[in-house]
Design a protein around this ligand. Structure first.
Ligand code: RB5
Length: 159
């Protein structure tokens, strides 16, 4: 992949259904010299997606310099898990347009893929687009701040 990268280190994880795609994406990222940390699994034995989604979501939630990629069969399970974590903006993408817009408008910091939904070629295009597209800020920042405010109110029992 040839990209004008706007974001730094990537942490990546999957379940068994996303393992093969995770390995392929890792190879592409490594070939481009992108720093990457694999949180597992190390093989395609059956595992539970919450265990692996949590590893990436916790790391991204704790460090604003990190971005993540998580992959399960549909991407739905991983979506539910990672978006429970504060400051995680996980976005399930099965097309390039969404990959672009989720960076521009939603400042996505975790890309979610369905290993049984997208083929490798499309997945590479999605990753490439997601990596190189910057957040536009402006009115989109205001909307993200509203989401943080809602989360704060929920935490305090005010909503
Ligand atoms: C595993 O069979 C599958 O349920 C999982 O990968 C994911 O698609 C769940 O949302």
């Amino acid at each position: 992949m040839n990209r004008d990268i706007k974001i730094g280190k990537i942490v990546i994880a999957s379940d068994h259904a996303g393992f093969e795609l995770k390995e392929s994406i890792k190879e592409c990222l490594k070939a481009d010299g992108i720093p990457i940390e694999d949180f597992g699994p190390g093989n395609s034995d059956r595992v539970d997606y919450p265990d692996y989604g949590t590893k990436v979501a916790k790391a991204v939630s704790d460090d604003e310099n990190l971005n993540g990629i998580v992959i399960c069969g549909t991407g739905i399970g991983m979506s539910i898990v990672v978006n429970r974590f504060p400051k995680v903006r996980g976005t399930l993408c099965a097309d390039v347009y969404t990959a672009k817009l989720c960076r521009q408008h939603n400042d996505s910091n975790v890309l979610i893929l369905g290993g049984r939904v997208v083929g490798k070629g499309l997945a590479y295009e999605i990753v490439n687009t997601w990596l190189k597209t910057p957040f536009e800020g402006g009115r989109h920042s205001d909307r993200l701040k509203k989401i943080d405010h809602i989360e704060n109110m929920l935490t305090k029992g005010e909503l």
